[in-house]
Ligand binder design. Structure first.
Ligand SMILES: *Cc1c(COP(=O)(O)O)cnc(C)c1O
Length: 246
């Protein structure tokens, strides 16, 4: 291809995309007066092959996120061995044992039952995991996540856990064309964390919020994990027509 034609979005090498995302994180931290080391990038590799993970790892990324246990189980063994894997999608109770074996951190704990099951199975498997609680701060009915008022009960269940360490909160704001519309939801998650910290005695240092479209705003509002897929790996293939059927 002639250089003057430029490259389409999906032809940009992953290393270059990683560098751009890092520069945007650094700029957002500078605007917010935050230490860039306080924001960790979770590269969400769902639908992308192990080769793409290896390319992102070669560019220096170490934390990768998947949203489906089954896909992760097939992919992780084919990826470089030194990586840290986070589950960012909904966890069904029948997949907990697989999840405990595959992931170091779960961003999507959304009930006391799930938390207790994770703790019991982590004990059986001889593992320790970190957990973030997913909170539906927007109240959208289509979303997974705890209602804000359910958090207190789940944190008191966390007090009895021996293998699961509660480290923070996660949210996914409503999809919107305008990333600024997410700001209020990110702020609400931080304020909820501040109240939960005072009430529960858990430090809850982590706020997992912000995706490709809105991670800079999330950083301005206090994110410690940003979960970025598209801006690192390129557009995801659309599901095959059969998978789109209800
Ligand atoms: C897919 C996904 C992301 C990444 O989304 P992009 O818009 O591609 O950056 C982040 N978080 C969760 C929970 C996801 O499922």
């Amino acid at each position: 291809m002639l250089p003057s034609l430029g490259k389409t979005e999906s032809e940009i090498p992953i290393a270059e995309r990683v560098a751009r995302v890092r520069a945007r994180i650094a700029a957002a931290c500078a605007r917010a007066g935050r230490d860039p080391d306080a924001v960790r990038l979770v590269a969400v590799s769902k639908t992308h092959p192990p080769e793409s993970v290896a390319a992102a790892a070669a560019a220096g990324l170490t934390i990768f996120g998947e949203n489906k246990v089954q896909e992760a189980a097939a992919k992780i063994p084919l990826c470089p061995g030194h990586l840290e894997w986070h589950l960012v999608g909904h966890l069904q109770s029948n997949k907990v044992r697989h999840a405990v074996r595959l992931f170091q951190t779960i961003h999507s704990v959304d009930s006391a039952d799930l938390l207790e099951r994770l703790d019991r199975i982590a004990e059986e498997e001889g593992r320790r995991l970190r957990a973030l609680f997913e909170v539906n701060v927007s109240g959208e009915s289509s979303k997974f996540g705890l209602k804000p008022e359910q958090l207190t009960a789940v944190l008191s269940a966390a007090g009895a856990c021996r293998r699961i360490e509660p480290v923070g909160l996660m949210t996914i704001p409503p999809a919107s064309e305008d990333p600024e519309r997410a700001r209020g939801f990110f702020r609400a998650l931080r304020e909820l964390r501040d109240r939960a910290r005072a009430e529960s005695g858990f430090e809850l240092p982590e706020l997992s919020m912000g995706m490709s479209q809105d991670f800079e705003i999330a950083i301005e509002e206090g994110a410690t994990y940003v979960r970025v897929g598209t801006d690192i790996f390129g557009p995801r293939p659309r599901p095959a027509p059969a998978e789109e059927m209800p």
